[in-house]
Design a protein around this ligand. Sequence first.
Ligand code: G3P
Ligand code: MG
Length: 237
Amino acid sequence: MIAGHRGAASLAPENTLAGFKKALQSGVKWIELDTQLSADNTPIIFHDETVDRCTNGNSRVADLSLEQLQALDAGSWFSKEFSGERILTLEQTLAFFMENDLNMNLEIKIHHAHQVQPLVEKVAKVLAKINFPNEKLIISSFSESALEHCHQVMPDIRLGYITKHNPLPMLEKLKSVNLYSVHLDYKILNQKMAKEIIQAGLKLVIWTLNDLQQASKFRAWGVDMIITDKPDVFAQA
Ligand code: G3P
Ligand code: MG
């Protein structure tokens, strides 16, 4: 399976509707995206701690209200063609995914530890409000604490642990969240590690692979999902 990273990060501004549309047009069934809270506690779709790189603004995301965030241009930094692209709420995004029958890998993006509980609780509320199907969702995070909160608040949702390090020493601890998948930086994966993750009963997801030449090796090792900035290249292969 192929998932578009932050939508289709090589084709359109990341984590925007334009990006999700590009990924959809590429033919992928899965999209990875990042969520965090606005200052007034709305889950929005955005990766960085600040709006500086991916908008025309200059501030911490957590210091801006939803209205201030959605007044920013989230497309021009990528190319003029996308000027006027707006930061989305999680709710708007879930609606688009449901309309288009897309699967979502929702990353809970934690920049500071105190954000964990409020973010997870708000995400759970939005998912319940929209009634997003559990079988079309994997929630993932680098933050163990976010995964623990997710498990408490949404026990039926599949959870993925994202890491850049060997995940094997963590797996015993993560049994408490009934972990579904490991989302690994492809650069550190080797065949032995892949085997051990799979033998532990977990799905194996890798990110962010953009070199199609390497895909067959990872598939042979049993990788279940490849997250890529180039869904157009990977989905057609
Ligand atoms: O979810 C996998 C990947 O997106 C994690 O890294 O920094 O791109 O959110 P990042
Ligand atoms: Mg991410």
